[in-house]
Design a protein around this ligand. Structure first.
Ligand SMILES: C[S@@+](CC[C@H](N)C(=O)[O-])C[C@H]1O[C@@H](n2cnc3c(N)ncnc32)[C@H](O)[C@@H]1O
Length: 375
């Protein structure tokens, strides 16, 4: 497995497990990079010695960590014994130092385990120096007879998901200032995997491969004051990135009704979001009026994929959204193309659009008001 994959996947997993502690994720990522450092150092030395004048082939030969599997530093760094010893040694240290060392050792051990699973004829003894036995995996990143293409493909899909997960949470080392960090409720690694796996099964119904980024959620909601809202309706709650933020921004008397058709995502949300102001509705938003007890909404927040759903469902949802919105209410909608703008303009007298790049994929944020009468 490539060093960047070890590092990025470990960081994404650590952030998923402890979303509030990015420093620990960095320690885990350093641990996951450590075993390959001698090779990276060899490559860097070659570059310095030759003043950067090296061919790609020479550099790759120098970085070839598959080749030298009897080199003592390599064997030590790729042995599970060493991170286990680091973990044991962390025991008596102060709490924070212990947490960091354990994160480092866990990232390091994760690297060793991933390598055991993906090294065939170039396997290293995972318990060196206690045992010199090498287990030759049937999988390899470079041996054609050991499914190299599939293994490398899987490695890079996982790495792309890790990058998406990290991008969702923002790249800044500690999520910006302390107050900004407090304000955010980032998607966890589990949310990301749940979302992506539902996308693989139902791409048209999901409409995106990862949840909306925290920054896009904030940008979409920032102009709308929800503290005194009586009713807020959410369409397509997914893993709850908007729902959490709506709960955080609304007043104690606000009622939030969130529709989500996907049974897996609905169950996850129902298990995680217990708030008496929130009603989760596990049905399509096409008949939203039936669930609102005749009350008009101050805001309708939509992340449903209006473009990829059938035209009849789209028309029904837009007509219903306009019908349930109070005359001075606002509909906020996230879209990935302007294809549905004309539909929005048919049901609202004012439709404003903003482009927002910090999302996967980059998004258009719509603010609509003035529901047209007689829809
Ligand atoms: C692009 S995802 C957005 C999820 C989440 N709000 C976010 O921003 O990450 C769209 C969500 O809408 C849900 N959905 C699709 N069609 C729907 C419908 N007709 N009624 C309610 N939810 C729907 C999907 O199951 C999916 O969770």
């Amino acid at each position: 497995v490539n060093t960047y994959s070890h590092m990025l996947q470990t960081m994404a997993i650590a952030r998923g497990l402890r979303p509030d502690d990015r420093a620990l994720a960095r320690s885990a990522a350093i641990g996951a990079t450590l075993p390959d450092l001698p090779y990276l150092a060899r490559g860097a030395r070659l570059l310095v010695r030759r003043h950067g004048r090296v061919t790609v082939a020479e550099l790759l030969a120098r970085l070839d960590y598959g080749g030298t599997t009897n080199w003592a530093p390599d064997l030590a760094l790729h042995s599970l014994i060493v991170p286990a010893a680091v973990m044991a040694a962390a025991g008596p240290l102060p709490r924070r130092a212990r947490e960091h060392l354990r994160a480092l050792a866990a990232g390091w051990a994760g690297h060793c385990v991933a390598d055991v699973a993906t090294h065939g004829s170039d396997a290293r003894p995972a318990l060196w120096p206690v045992s010199r036995r090498r287990w030759h995996s049937p999988l390899s990143t470079w041996e054609a007879g050991r499914h190299a293409v599939a293994v490398t493909g899987a490695e890079h899909i996982l790495t792309a998901l890790a990058v998406a997960s990290l991008a969702q949470q923002g790249w800044k080392p500690d999520g910006g200032t302390r107050s900004a960090r407090k304000r955010r409720t980032p998607a966890t690694g589990g949310d990301l995997i749940a979302f992506a796996s539902r996308f693989v099964r139902h791409p048209a119904r999901m409409g995106a491969i990862v949840p909306t980024s925290q920054r896009a959620v904030a940008a979409m909601l920032d102009g709308t004051d929800l503290r005194r809202a009586g009713l807020v309706v959410e369409l397509g709650a997914g893993t709850g990135v908007f729902t959490r933020e709506l709960l955080r921004r609304s007043g104690q008397a606000t009622r939030i009704v969130a529709f989500e058709t996907d049974p897996v995502l609905y169950s996850r949300l129902a298990a995680r979001l217990a708030d008496k102001r929130l009603t989760l509705v596990p049905v399509t938003a096409e008949r939203m009026r039936l669930h609102l007890d005749g009350e008009l909404a101050d805001a309708v927040v939509s992340a449903v994929p209006l473009t990829s759903m059938p035209a009849s469902a789209r028309e029904q949802i837009l007509a219903e959204a306009a019908a349930v919105l109070a005359p001075d209410g606002t509909m906020l909608a996230i879209q990935y193309s302007p294809a549905r703008q004309a539909d929005l303009e048919r049901v609202f007298t004012s439709v404003r659009r903003r482009y927002f790049a910090a999302n996967i994929p980059p998004a258009l944020l719509y603010t609509c008001s003035g529901p047209r009468p007689g829809r």
